[in-house]
Design a protein around this ligand. Structure first.
Ligand code: SAM
Length: 223
C-alpha cells in the first residue's frame, strides 16, 4: 500500500489536473491498465445520482472504492457527506494523485480494496463513528470470485450491521454470484438503471441477510 499524501491545493478544486479532462485522464489509464480500470470512461452523472439514491437515510460516514476521476466522490460531497467523513480508495497511483489533488479535504488513499480493514484501522477512519455505506465503482464483474469475496468481506467487515454496499455493473444480473453472497450471509436487490451511461449500467445494493455480522471486525481492533 502506498499513501501519497495529498498535494496541497484549493479545497475541492475541480480543475482537471495539468489541463487534462477527467475523461482523457481516465482513458489514458484504461490504455495502461484495461483490466483494473474496467471502463473506457468515467461514470455518468445519471449513474452517480442513482448510486446516491441508495445511500441509507442519514448516512454520514462513507467509503468509496475505486474512485477513478471522482464522479461518485463529487456526488457524495454534493449529497452532503462531509469531506472528513469520506474515505476514497483508489489502486491506480495516477488516478489517486488526480483524486487527491481534486478533493484535498477528503481522505483519499492509494490502496487495494481487499486491504480495506487494515486501511480503515490505519487511518482511524471509523474511530469516531461507524461506516454507514460503501459506494463501489470497482469492476467486480471482471474479478475472480476469490477477489470478489475478499472485497465484499472487507467492506462488510468495516460497516455497521445496517451498512450497505452500493455497486454498479454493466451486466444484467448481480456481479457477485449467489454462492459468494450465501457464504458471506448477504442479500442483494436491484436499484436503478442508467440508460444514458456508456455503457448502460444497473445499480445493485448488498446488505446483510442475517443479524450476526459475517466478519465482525471492529475497525480499531487488531487482526
Ligand atoms: C470502472 S472504474 C470506476 C471509476 C469511477 N468510480 C467511475 O465510476 O467513474 C474502476 C476503478 O477502480 C479502481 N480499482 C480497480 N481495482 C481496485 C482495487 N482492488 N482497489 C481499489 N481500486 C481499484 C480502478 O483503478 C478504477 O479507477
Amino acid at each position: 500500500m502506498t499513501d501519497t499524501r495529498p498535494h496541497q491545493r484549493n479545497p475541492d478544486d475541480t480543475r482537471p489536473e495539468a489541463g487534462l479532462s477527467p475523461t482523457l485522464t481516465f482513458f489514458r489509464q484504461w490504455l495502461k491498465n484495461p483490466l483494473t480500470t474496467a471502463a473506457l470512461s468515467p461514470s455518468s452523472r445519471q449513474l452517480a445520482r442513482l448510486m446516491m439514491q441508495e445511500l441509507p437515510p442519514g448516512a454520514q460516514r462513507v467509503i468509496e472504492l475505486g474512485g477513478g476521476t471522482g464522479v461518485f466522490t463529487r456526488a457524495l460531497l454534493d449529497q452532503g457527506i462531509a469531506p472528513d467523513k469520506l474515505m476514497v480508495l483508489e489502486l491506480n497511483q495516477e488516478l489517486h494523485q488526480y483524486l487527491a489533488q481534486r478533493f484535498v479535504n477528503a481522505r483519499v488513499v492509494c490502496g487495494d480494496a481487499r486491504e480495506l480493514e487494515r486501511l480503515v484501522r490505519e487511518y482511524h477512519f471509523a474511530d469516531a463513528g461507524t461506516v454507514d455505506a460503501v459506494i463501489s465503482g470497482l469492476g467486480l464483474l471482471s474479478m475472480s470470485r476469490r477477489m470478489q469475496r475478499e472485497i465484499m468481506e472487507a467492506a462488510f467487515g468495516v460497516m455497521s450491521p445496517q451498512g450497505r454496499l452500493i455497486q454498479f455493473t454493466y451486466g444484467p444480473v448481480s456481479p457477485v454470484p449467489r454462492e459468494v453472497l450465501d457464504e458471506l450471509g448477504l442479500k442483494v436487490r436491484r436499484g436503478g438503471f442508467a440508460w444514458w451511461n456508456m455503457p448502460p449500467a444497473s445499480v445493485f445494493v448488498f446488505e446483510r441477510s442475517r443479524s450476526t455480522p459475517v466478519h465482525p471486525v471492529r475497525a480499531t481492533s487488531k487482526r
